[in-house]
Ligand binder design. Structure first.
Ligand SMILES: [Zn+2]
Length: 265
């Protein structure tokens, strides 16, 4: 069976990779641990987490896309911003979705292991997730370490980032990664979210992103996306049609970062 890649990225902080398709993170405090995102639901996630910590677990999703809440059914409850509860039902959370996800993502993100990852799609359907609400400003106290919710709509209406001030980390989900996707082409809301994050940049050094490796990146990506969206809004830059293996839409690429708009997937 294909082993799940797990990497310690900071003290008591682990990248729990969904076989290089999605980045999840385990943040361990003194009294409890937080799992940030649940991937698409591929592989024995609860067992893999239990190997890393025996502490009580709180599970928090950065947003409601199926590759982040697809494993939510493994757990009794998952915190998700209510604005994404409906969003999360756009795609059925079932094994047909999981197989489609592996078929479309693995050839790009982990081409050597596509068949082995497909074999890790559960045989039986997972229960549907039970969501609990969270809101901007909420703080999850893990004991000696906290995660603060920052609501950052743009990629999805209920997208959040989580700030770990004690370890100066910002967990960004799909709000900031190397390939940003927006379903429409209104950059204002996303730009405002990025500005909210950057206003607090003195509180963190690095960002932990939702896809692609390495999972920990320089926080300057936020400032660069602000600049890119500023220019898209002013007309100084334009996104052009350039479908790739994963996405159909328009893209603006600059020095290793890209932003997609009018995306279908
Ligand atoms: Zn997403």
């Amino acid at each position: 069976m294909l082993e799940r890649p797990v990497v310690k990225i900071a003290p008591d902080t682990y990248l729990v990779s969904e076989y290089k398709l999605v980045n999840m993170f385990l943040v361990v405090g003194k009294h409890r641990a937080a799992l940030i995102d649940t991937g698409g639901g591929i592989g024995p996630l609860p067992e893999d987490i239990e190997r890393l910590t025996g502490l009580p677990l709180v599970v928090i999703a950065t947003h409601g896309d199926p590759d982040h809440v697809g494993g939510a059914g493994h757990f009794p409850h998952v915190y998700l911003h209510p604005l994404d509860w409906e969003h999360s039902r756009r795609f059925p959370l079932n094994n047909t979705m999981r197989k489609w996800f592996v078929k479309t993502r693995a050839p790009v993100r982990n081409p050597d292991n596509e068949r082995k990852i497909d074999a890790l799609v559960p045989r039986q359907e997972l229960p549907q997730p039970e969501y609990l609400p969270l809101a901007d400003g909420d703080v999850f106290d893990l004991g000696g370490r906290t995660l603060e919710v920052i609501h950052t709509p743009g990629h999805s209406p209920g997208s959040i980032c989580l700030l770990d001030k004690e370890n100066r980390l910002l967990f960004t989900g799909d709000t900031v990664n190397v390939s940003m996707a927006l379903t429409g082409h209104d950059f204002h809301e996303y730009n405002a979210s990025l500005r909210r994050l950057w206003a607090r940049e003195s509180e963190f050094d690095s960002i932990c992103i939702g896809h692609e490796l390495p999972a920990m990146r320089e926080k300057q990506a936020i400032a660069r996306y602000i600049s890119m969206t500023d220019r898209l809004m002013s007309g100084e830059a334009a996104a052009v049609c350039a479908p790739d293996a994963i996405r159909v839409g328009k893209v603006f690429r600059e020095n290793g970062l890209e932003i997609w708009c009018d995306c279908e997937a």
